[in-house]
Ligand binder design. Structure first.
Ligand code: SF4
Length: 345
């Protein structure tokens, strides 16, 4: 049952030094950090399918930098990773950490939403100090020879500035930016239309300027129908990042196992129903994308009693995502489109 795993996500800490309004891991205790024995159990569990792709996230991973470094060192020593990425808000990045990441071949994925006004609105509580720190961290990572990507989260209230913010990040020197609508925010018809209009214009600008690859489209790429092994700080395992956005009363329906108890990988009774539903989804949607699998999980979450109140938001979000994917797929086949003379925009 362990195969195939897409990524191993380690949400090893739920502590963060920021308080973004759209945080996809809202229901955090701000106290938990994964124990080393649980971490070792995770490595033992995935050993049969190693090497795998690891993504460290939180919370803010750099808040618990000593533990993060310890875990990355062990992973490299054991040779169980083919790729390691750390998602960070960049505020705590310094030269010493950068040196460590370079030495251990770690990709940095920085969250940056655009200009200062957008950041202030999206991430309440951030003053000049934090914004300056984000920019300083991003520039430090950009100036290093290692691998570096960025994620721009778009809130409905800032959708109208999507293209301006993308241009702002490109002018800073960013070469790859994933553009995502904030999950579980209120994407009504009006804000979704604004997003899509802006996104189309951003894609057209990317093509016109010859900046192919600036907008990351990994979420729209075909998935192998795999699940993500996602560990929360307690050692419990989920199959997708979207479950993190819901309160514990929803999440508890989707825990697949508890790797704090050992590495044998004994699945909880509810895991069987989950994997069956996933298999049916993939069977009905062959070649579906990573985004499609995420949305499948979100729609499962709103079927639970405690998840029902999010149903409308999730449905609007899924509709928006499907249209984003349609645009992405046209762009991804753009050479065919140019040859055939078909019009995308
Ligand atoms: S930096 Fe990331 S983890 Fe921290 S509050 Fe913002 S979105 Fe959440």
């Amino acid at each position: 049952m362990i195969k195939p795993i897409n990524h191993v996500w380690l949400f090893f800490t739920d502590r963060c030094n920021l308080g973004c309004g759209y945080c996809f891991y809202k229901y955090r205790s701000q106290q938990q950090v994964i124990t080393l024995s649980t971490f070792e159990n995770i490595l033992e569990f995935i050993r049969p399918v190693a090497p795998v792709e690891f993504v460290f996230s939180g919370g803010e991973p750099l808040v618990d930098a000593p533990r993060l470094k310890e875990m990355i060192t062990v992973i490299r020593q054991k040779g169980v990773a083919r790729y390691i990425s750390v998602q960070t808000n960049a505020t705590l990045l310094d030269e010493a950490l950068m040196g460590f990441f370079l030495c251990h071949q770690v990709n940095l994925e920085v969250g940056i939403d655009g200009d200062e006004a957008t950041t202030r609105r999206n991430r309440p509580g951030i003053g000049n100090f934090y914004y300056t720190d984000i920019i300083r961290g991003v520039k430090l990572a950009m100036g290093a020879p290692g691998s570096f990507t960025a994620t721009m989260t778009v809130h409905p209230s800032s959708a109208v500035k999507l293209l301006d913010n993308l241009k702002y990040l490109a002018a800073m020197g960013l070469k790859s930016v994933e553009v995502h609508p904030a999950f579980l925010e209120s994407w009504d018809r009006e804000s979704s239309d604004v997003f899509l209009e802006q996104y189309r214009r951003a894609c057209a600008w990317e093509l016109k300027e010859g900046l192919s690859g600036l907008i990351g489209r990994g979420y729209s790429e075909f998935s192998k129908g795999a699940w993500d092994l996602l560990a929360v700080p307690s050692g419990k395992i989920l199959a997708s990042w979207v479950f993190l956005s819901f309160p514990e009363k929803v999440r508890e329906h989707f825990y697949l196992m508890d790797l704090s108890l050992g590495f044998s990988g004994k699945f909880l009774p509810q895991a069987e129903a989950y994997f069956q539903a996933l298999q049916e989804h993939v069977g009905a949607h062959p070649n579906c994308s990573y985004r499609s699998i995420s949305n499948f999980n979100a729609l499962l979450a709103v079927k639970t009693k405690s998840g029902r109140r999010y149903e409308q938001r999730v449905k609007h979000y899924v509709d928006l995502c499907e249209q984003i994917e349609e645009i992405d797929h046209k762009i991804m086949g753009t050479s065919v489109w140019q040859r055939s003379g078909m019009k995308v925009f």
